[in-house]
Design a protein around this ligand. Structure first.
Ligand code: GLA
Ligand code: ZN
Length: 685
């Protein structure tokens, strides 16, 4: 069985290594991609005909077919039924709709798990999962993999040359984790590649603690139900392994497709900041970076995470176009209370992705299911049919996407980077830590929010990425940092840039061992301060004084820092941390600055810190003085202004601009309706 080595450098290259066809192989003739998941197996053939007609009227040009159709395609082991898919693909092609054809391997048929129980995943508590839902497979089971490759191979053989098939979609939202013995053996193989010897494993895992010493690879198990805290490096390595193991499932199917259809891009759908999968390692393996995004329309802050996730996707794609593979047109069905999107919000969310580099905006799904677990999930064609507010909006949106041709293939240049790393995320979430109230994703959004609000373009970067193109680098909570990454980050300041580091950063090394010395060990001299104790704060927080900003109360987190040769921007006062710097800055001879924030300040204080870093770095927003709550992004020749608020907004914009969406000109001032968007091109005359 194939496993991916855990030993090589995380994937920080661009995807597809250039020679591979990418999204441009579709957008070249199709323009911006618009459509969604299409599950014809849930419908009779007369509906298929109506679907194609409706798709054409809506401007749909791409549908993803067959994601969950394994049981229809292979009703009994080795017995295939492709007749219905033949007809569907021919109908779509005749209608001019391109197909992203899926290998259906996310949901094996019941017969697979019944005949071969070992193909079903096992939870850490030892429960073997059943069929009846989806994604119940074990990623390491040779029988599962053999059958998955067989059905994928049969599809590829039959459809590689079908003119409708313009992209291949492997599996769906990879994220399964399994604790069975087969996965245990694969974990041992992965560890052997990473460490070479059991002695080295023992060193990395620190097994002299609690007598965990291993004498043989065969003794090593995945994290399973145990009496008390698990070994943190074992847990961390298992997360790394689990991501790599899923990636190997993807790549083995991808290679099968590539051999048969070398000119067609192969993708799978990512899930934003998806905990189980390290997309820095995945991105170089896909021809097209594709994402699924389901921002909650009921959460006022959800546009921030949506924007950040889109920036992550564009960055994973090396700055090249990516595509939004799935989003909801209205309500979803899997939160506890599912507020539908307004039609304006549907359009806004879709255009946000385009503004942030997507060359496709697709949905889950085309036609709302009448049965099954997702029957209350919205779709482009609702249960009530096309004569609905939602479907009229779908058509209008399809038409306006055609008008955005000037952005196709363009990027969003950024001089600011936010650092994010999956290993660090995983390590920071180790159960036995100083505080579970310091949350990696919350910190990430808190530091990103002021950049988003100011309309400053941001890339998301791996800590070992080439940072030479950035004037401002923000590492909100880089808990685990490898030696070369620390050197890389220091380089930002040495080159004259600004580095802003958040709390509990630089604490552990690649093995999750605490770095010995005054914290943050790899950055202490850089920031001009050094610490000796992490001090989670009582519920009331701790008072902090600042001449430069204003006095405030820090919450959640403190650190016993001592000022060395830096400047205290803010200082704890009273109680146990009296006199310890809470925010520190060191100006360097290079002209660069290093900042460290040793608490969780109120958002407004953090906004001010970020504003000062922005000023010092000289990075520019897409437009000056963006009114609060609006989003601004420049992509290629187009300035997108988005209004996620429920209120009408006006922004001053000198000169004459043409809104591609409404095909009207605006002079000096732009009015944005609630949840409105404009896509402006400057008029030269
Ligand atoms: C995910 C899946 C889809 C569907 C949607 C529902 O993104 O990929 O199959 O379940 O969620 O929101
Ligand atoms: Zn397993």
């Amino acid at each position: 069985m194939r496993t991916t080595s855990g030993d090589d450098t995380p994937g920080i290259d661009a995807p597809g290594a250039s020679a591979r066809p990418g999204l441009e192989s579709l957008t070249r003739d199709l323009g911006l991609l618009y459509g969604g998941d299409y599950n014809p197996e849930q419908w009779t053939s007369d509906v298929w005909r109506e679907d194609v007609a409706l798709m054409r009227e809506a401007g749909v040009n791409l549908v993803t077919v067959g994601v969950f159709a394994w049981a229809q395609l292979e009703p009994r082991p080795g017995e295939h039924d492709f007749t219905w898919l033949d007809e569907v693909l021919d109908l779509l092609h005749a209608g001019g709709i391109a197909v992203d054809l899926a290998t259906p391997t996310a949901s094996p048929p019941p017969w697979l798990g019944l005949r071969w129980p070992e193909t079903r995943a096992v939870t850490p508590d030892g429960v073997r999962l059943s069929h009846g839902s989806r994604n119940h497979f074990c990623p390491s089971s040779p029988v599962y993999r053999e059958h998955a490759l067989a059905i994928a191979g049969a599809l590829v053989e039959r459809y590689a040359a079908h003119p409708a098939v313009r992209m291949w979609h492997i599996g769906n939202e990879y994220g399964q984790v399994c604790s069975c013995d087969l996965c245990g053996a694969a974990f041992q193989d992965w560890l052997r590649l990473r460490y070479g010897t059991v002695a080295e494993l023992n060193r990395a895992w620190g097994t002299t603690f609690w007598g965990q010493r291993y004498d043989d690879w065969a003794e090593v198990v995945p994290p399973r139900a145990a009496p008390y805290l698990l070994n943190p490096t074992q847990v961390l390595d298992h997360r790394r392994f689990a991501s790599d193991q899923l990636l190997s499932l993807f790549t083995e199917q991808r290679d099968l497709v590539r051999r048969a259809a070398p000119g067609v891009p192969v993708t799978t759908n990512f899930l934003g900041f998806h905990h189980p999968t390290d997309y820095w390692r995945w991105a170089p393996q896909v021809d097209v970076v594709a994402d699924d995004a389901y921002p909650d329309p009921a959460a006022p802050e959800s546009p921030v995470l949506a924007a950040l996730s889109h920036d992550l996707m564009r960055s994973l794609a090396g700055g090249r176009p990516w595509m939004l593979m799935e989003q909801a047109a209205g309500a979803i069905n899997w939160r506890t209370h599912n507020v539908p999107k307004s039609t304006a919000r549907m359009r806004l969310d879709s255009l946000r992705a385009v503004a942030r580099g997507a060359d496709g905006s697709c949905f889950f799904q085309w036609r709302a299911s009448a049965f099954g677990a997702e029957r209350f999930h919205s779709a482009l064609v609702p249960h009530a049919g096309p004569d609905t507010r939602l479907h009229r909006a779908v058509r209008a949106h399809g038409a306006e996407l055609r008008r955005l041709a000037p952005v196709v293939g363009t990027s969003v240049p950024a001089r600011t980077a936010v650092v994010f790393d999956w290993s660090s995320w995983w390590a920071a979430e180790e159960r036995a830590r100083p505080s579970d109230r310091l949350d990696v994703m919350a910190q990430l959004q808190a530091y990103y929010r002021p950049l988003w609000r100011a309309g400053i373009p941001v890339d998301v970067v791996h800590p070992a990425a080439d940072l030479s193109g950035y004037d401002l680098v923000v590492a909100p909570q880089l808990h685990l940092v490898e030696d070369d990454a620390a050197t890389n980050l220091r380089g930002v300041v040495e080159r004259g840039g600004v580095l802003l580091i958040g709390p509990f950063s630089g604490v552990v090394d690649r093995d999750a061992h605490v770095r010995l010395g005054r914290s943050p060990v790899p950055f202490a001299d850089l920031i001009g301060a050094s610490g000796e104790e992490f001090c989670p704060l009582p519920a009331a927080g701790a008072p902090i004084v600042s001449d430069e900003i204003w006095d405030f109360v820090g919450t959640v987190w403190g650190e016993r820092l001592r000022l060395d040769d830096g400047e205290a921007v803010a200082t704890f006062t009273g109680a146990d941390l009296e006199g310890c710097p809470a925010i520190v800055r060191r100006r360097h001879r290079s002209g660069g600055q290093a900042w460290y924030v040793a608490t969780v300040p109120p958002q407004q204080v953090l906004d001010e810190v970020v504003r000062q870093c922005v000023l010092a770095a000289g990075v520019r927003p897409a437009v000056e003085s963006l009114p609060d709550g609006l989003e601004a992004v420049r992509r290629g020749p187009v300035l997108f202004l988005l209004n996620p608020t429920p209120d009408e907004r006006t922004i001053a914009l000198p000169g004459v601009h043409h809104d591609l969406l409404t095909r009207t000109d605006v002079t000096d001032r732009v009015h944005l309706a609630p949840e409105g968007v404009v896509a402006l091109i400057e008029r030269t005359s």
